[in-house]
Design a protein around this ligand. Structure first.
Ligand SMILES: Cc1ncc(COP(=O)(O)O)c(C=O)c1O
Length: 448
């Protein structure tokens, strides 16, 4: 099976970008200067490049937005490709809070964090630590920065046990660690017993287990207590990326308005786990609509990262508007977050109930707002994508080789800013696709 790099299936997240269409759509000139490496990559990525260059739902230019409606050229579409789960990107209270921060701090401080951090960082880290209930937290611009710098430090020259379907950014962090002397072994997706076997057979004194929290494609959370138990029993450190869970799932409570739990304080609290030998990474770029990410860790590790993690020493910081969005987001989360999560849950449950009634397969077992819908025939992705576009529904296409052929399809994400009418349109189009036989049957999928 042709896959990226070394055979791992890649995630389909972040396929939509806003690069200028005119130049992107021109066929690449064949010139002697074009290196062989370009040919190599274009050949490996032929299917997705064909979609990128011709499909209206890939590499799209978004001309305008109106709530969760977006305009691409002349076409208005309901956006189900947004990771802004809580709708903070459009929240009037959060938008109104930003100008005062700009007045005070300007648009962008430009010091690296080691050189100097506006006090806003201290405030964010203190509030985040209280929300997560962890010992301490460090924020950096993105999760990608964190994986690429922190995984190699934690792994040193030991062994990393990597979830076979870990997000590409975790995988890349492990590749950096490997280049610095760590060994990398892969355990099967959602299989703590396989991890147990691999850890039992390994004698390295430094062992790090790297995996996703809420999965960005299936929409399911792993059995965190089972993985934490295995890791602790073998003296390994568990490193979890909950990019999609933070802000959505949280601590359980008898008063919770929906099964996501309360406060959106991420997967460790959702499973009532402790942070002992667990490092939690998360980001504000999804539920909180802001360019910032965090690592929840002991203060001792935080202080080490301040001198050893290159993004703290050398990278440019997040824009002030992003820091302001996070601080205002904490306030809104405290007062209205559970209500917003209940709306996300209601939309998600409606879509999942409709799929169940239509006998359509999705890997989502969690009712979380990420609903992957594989096609019956992978070659139909272009046509199905065009039909969704024509009906005014914008989704993330999951193309080969970013996912295996059996999983080619599309991903729908629901946010608090989507309206019931938009969800009605989505369900109508899904029904039409199911009637046309484009989607996989749930009952056949479950049959042995
Ligand atoms: C699981 C996961 N980790 C990391 C990232 C990247 O996050 P960031 O944009 O903060 O680097 C994503 C984004 O799609 C993701 O889904």
């Amino acid at each position: 099976m042709g896959r990226l790099d070394d055979g791992r299936p890649e995630m389909a997240a972040s396929l939509v970008s806003t690069r200028p269409r005119a130049s992107a759509r021109q066929p690449a000139p064949s010139s002697p200067a074009r290196g062989r490496w370009v040919e190599h990559w274009l050949e490996s990525l032929r299917d997705i490049d064909a979609l990128r260059s011709a499909h209206p739902m890939m590499d799209a230019v978004i001309d305008e937005i109106d709530g969760r409606m977006i305009r691409v050229g002349d076409q208005w579409l309901a956006d189900f490709a947004s990771c802004n789960y809580l709708g903070f990107d459009l929240d009037r209270e959060i938008i109104a809070a930003i100008p005062a921060f700009l007045e005070q701090w300007g648009t962008h401080p430009s010091w690296s964090r080691l050189l100097g951090s506006p006090v806003l960082y201290e405030q964010i880290e203190a509030r985040l630590t209280a929300l997560l209930g962890c010992e301490d937290a460090l924020v950096l611009p993105t999760i990608t920065h964190i994986h690429g710098s922190v995984i190699p430090l934690l792994a040193a020259s030991g062994t990393i046990f990597l979830d076979a379907r870990a997000h590409k950014t975790i995988y890349d962090g492990c590749q950096v660690a490997r280049a610095r002397g760590a060994a990398v072994r892969r355990f099967r997706f959602e299989d703590p017993e396989h991890l147990d076997e691999l850890l039992g057979a390994d004698r390295d004194s430094v062992r790090l287990v790297c995996m996703d929290g809420v999965n960005s494609m299936t929409g399911n959370a792993p059995d965190l207590p089972a993985f934490a138990e295995v890791a602790r029993r073998h003296g390994a450190l568990l490193y979890v990326d909950d990019a999609h869970g933070f802000g959505v799932i949280g601590e359980r409570s008898a008063q919770e308005p929906c099964p996501y739990g309360r406060r959106g304080n991420s997967i460790v609290r959702h499973f009532d786990e402790s942070y002992e030998d667990v490092v939690l990474v998360g980001g504000f770029s999804k539920a909180y609509s802001s360019l910032l990410a965090f690592i929840a860790c002991p203060t001792e590790v935080k202080n080490l990262l301040k001198v050893a993690a290159p993004p703290y020493l050398y990278s440019g910081p997040s824009p002030v508007a992003s820091l302001a969005t996070v601080l205002a987001g904490f306030d809104v989360n405290e007062r209205r977050g559970d209500q917003l999560r209940a709306t996300v849950h209601r939309h998600s449950a409606r879509v999942l109930d409709a799929l169940a009634a239509l006998d359509v397969h999705t890997p989502n077992r969690s009712q979380l707002p990420i609903v992957e819908i594989p096609l019956r025939e992978h070659t139909r992705i272009d046509a199905v994508g065009r039909m969704l576009f024509a009906r005014g529904v914008y989704v993330t296409l999951a193309a080969y080789p970013l996912v295996p052929k059996s999983e080619v399809g599309f991903r729908v994400q629901l946010t608090a800013a989507n309206t019931d009418a938009e969800v009605d349109v989505l369900i109508a189009v899904l029904s039409e696709l199911a009637e046309r036989g484009e989607l996989q049957s749930a009952s056949q999928h479950e049959a042995p």
